[in-house]
Design a protein around this ligand. Structure first.
Ligand code: PEP
Ligand code: MG
Length: 590
């Protein structure tokens, strides 16, 4: 038996026979052709690009139906590229200038492009590098689709057609591979390469298939049909498991299934403490179709719609209609009476198409032109989104929320723009909602410290602990070297949250917490004890949080919070919370 560690990207465990996908890249038969064959190669290239475009179109339609338009867009982007005259001309130019074979011209052009992309990204910091990596993954997929078409490989699906369910093992999986997977045919997958933010990882999560990526070389040690285990919770791939381990995992698999059943049973139970205080649970979503997950896991609305995904994988910024359609579909899924909090664009310059001209070399991108700072520099972009939000608000309880606010002035500027946009819509006779509720994220320490003043400006606060922890402790949320500093239970962070809740209470402003902390049962008692009556988290995490809530009394939660507030360090606080949770709900502690 061998245990290999990788990056967990989609939770759950699976045991099953391996299906090993071809580890070889596509072999290009020859690099050049005699000059009299060049035009023939151009002809082959054009046919292959048309075929690849047709395949991408089919994937887009398939995925849009299964998961929604935002996932379909991954292939919409590929389809546009295959059809893009400039892209096609560039490859033909390389082919003619060097008498390249069609295959080599495709490969060379795309790889040159990826190299330029990655070199440029280096200058813009970790966000840009992660984004470039994701786009490179998509471009390798594009390359492979055209090469398949040129070489006459059967295009498309690597997914098993049916029969026995399998665990897929591969060097890497392209988004177009993963898109065809279904939990009915694929138990899980593991790959040698790949990163946590790739589209393959995101798709695995959306499809609810356990997955581990970036395991390093293992394919030489396994053959098709071997029994393997994928542990998507701990990031493990277990080859040739011994009977004890198989039994242990079988037990865990069944326990997880039972837990899922129990959680589904909790879905329709009210989220109230043991002594009857309601705690509203809301869902965080990134894509419009995930609104359905909110209903599935018992969320009472959308507490955070990260609208960034609308901007990714696109050749141009989303139009007002695209924003509007996405928001409207969320409202339709959630229903007109439940809140849908749409957070305006929260991205760095690297990810927004129209902003490429604004790109500057920022030494500290996390402290630079992010989020609302960027929007206030690109008012057209900001207006487009605000118009769509105000229009979609006609259909339900849509609220608008500004991210990364660090000064009162900044918030006022956003509100002024919102009012201008309302006037424009009024003048144009376009239906919109005038009295839409406005909120601000509290995720920068300056905002937390000024919460009493900010409270005069808004209807609600949402504490973004992911960033609040990072900026309070000056510890990058993605840097494992400082992971020991990055802790939501740090006393400094708790003081800030406490202050925000008090400021909200004094001014009658609703306070929500929407960082990952909200989805961790470890912190539920503390947050309720600090006075939170609303939490927003990934929908799948809500039942576990609800279970803790239903075991608590407010008095006990307040006692716990007061005790934790007296402790000096994050470690003491975490230990105290773990002990307490173990006492009230032993099975909730690992
Ligand atoms: C946060 O910072 O806590 C938050 C919810 O926003 P994001 O994770 O999208 O930065
Ligand atoms: Mg944030």
């Amino acid at each position: 038996m061998e245990k290999r560690r990788g990056i967990p990207v989609s939770p759950g465990v699976a045991i099953g026979p391996a299906l090993v996908l071809d580890t070889e890249g596509v072999r290009i038969p020859h690099q050049t052709v005699p000059p009299d064959r060049v035009e023939g190669e151009v002809g082959r290239l054009r046919v292959a690009l048309d075929e690849a475009a047709a395949a991408a179109r089919a994937s887009r339609q398939n995925l849009s139906t299964r998961l929604g338009a935002a996932f379909g867009n991954i292939f919409g982007a590929q389809e546009s590229l295959f059809e893009d005259p400039a892209f096609r001309a560039k490859i033909e130019e390389q082919l003619r200038a060097n008498s390249f074979s069609a295959e080599y011209a495709v490969s060379r052009s795309i790889r040159d492009f990826i190299k330029r992309l990655e070199t440029t990204a280096q200058k813009f910091g970790p966000d840009a590098v992660a984004d470039a990596r994701r786009r490179a993954g998509d471009l390798y997929d594009v390359e492979r689709q055209v090469l398949y078409a040129l070489l006459g490989y059967p295009s498309g699906s690597v997914a098993p057609a049916g029969g026995e369910r399998v665990v897929i093992l591969a060097n890497d999986l392209m988004p177009s591979d993963t898109a065809d997977f279904s939990p009915r045919t694929v138990w899980a997958f593991a790959t040698e390469s790949g990163g946590p933010t790739s589209h393959t990882a995101i798709l695995a999560n959306a499809l609810e298939i356990p997955a581990v990526v970036g395991v390093g070389r293992f394919l030489t040690d396994v053959s098709g049909g071997d029994q393997v285990i994928v542990d998507g919770d701990r990031g493990l791939l277990i080859l040739d498991p011994d009977p004890g381990t198989v039994a242990e995992y079988e037990e865990r698999r069944v326990a997880l299934l039972n837990r899922a059943d129990r959680f589904h049973a909790l879905r329709d139970k009210p989220s109230v403490t043991h002594d009857g205080t309601p705690i509203r649970l809301l869902g965080n979503i990134e894509l419009a179709h995930e609104a359905a997950h909110c209903a599935e896991w018992g969320a009472e609305g959308v507490g955070l719609y990260r609208s960034e995904f609308l901007y990714l994988n696109k050749a141009a910024d989303p139009t007002e209609e695209e924003h509007y359609e996405a928001y409207k579909s969320v409202v339709e899924t959630i229903g007109p009476d439940k809140p849908v909090v749409i957070r305006t664009l929260d991205l760095g310059a690297d990810k927004v198409f129209s902003l490429s001209a604004l790109l500057t070399t920022e030494k500290n991108p996390f402290l630079g032109l992010r989020s609302v700072r960027l929007c206030l520099r690109k008012l057209d972009l900001f207006r487009t989104q605000l118009r769509a939000i105000l229009r979609a608000a006609v259909a339900g309880d849509v609220r608008v929320m500004f991210p990364m606010i660090s000064t009162v002035d900044e918030l006022r500027k956003c509100k002024t723009l919102l009012n201008e946009v309302k006037d424009d819509l009024e003048d144009a006779g376009v239906p919109y909602k005038r009295d839409v509720r406005v909120g601000t994220m509290i995720e920068v320490p300056s905002a937390a410290l000024m919460a009493d003043v900010l409270a005069r400006e808004v209807d609600f606060f949402s504490v973004g602990t992911n960033d609040l922890v990072q900026y309070t402790l000056a510890a990058d949320r993605n840097n494992e070297n400082v992971a020991d500093l990055y802790n939501p239970a740090d006393p400094a962070v708790l003081r800030l949250i406490d202050g925000v809740v008090r400021a909200g209470r004094d001014r009658g402003v609703e306070v929500n917490v929407c960082g990952e902390m909200s989805g961790e049962p470890l912190y539920t008692t503390l947050l309720v004890g600090l006075g939170l009556r609303q939490l927003s988290a990934t929908p799948r995490k809500l039942p576990e949080v609800k279970r803790v809530i239903r075991h608590l009394t407010v008095e006990e939660a307040e006692r716990v919070a007061a005790q934790v507030r007296r402790l000096d360090t994050a470690r003491q606080a975490t230990n105290y919370l773990r002990d307490h949770l173990r006492r009230i709900l032993p099975e909730a502690v690992d």
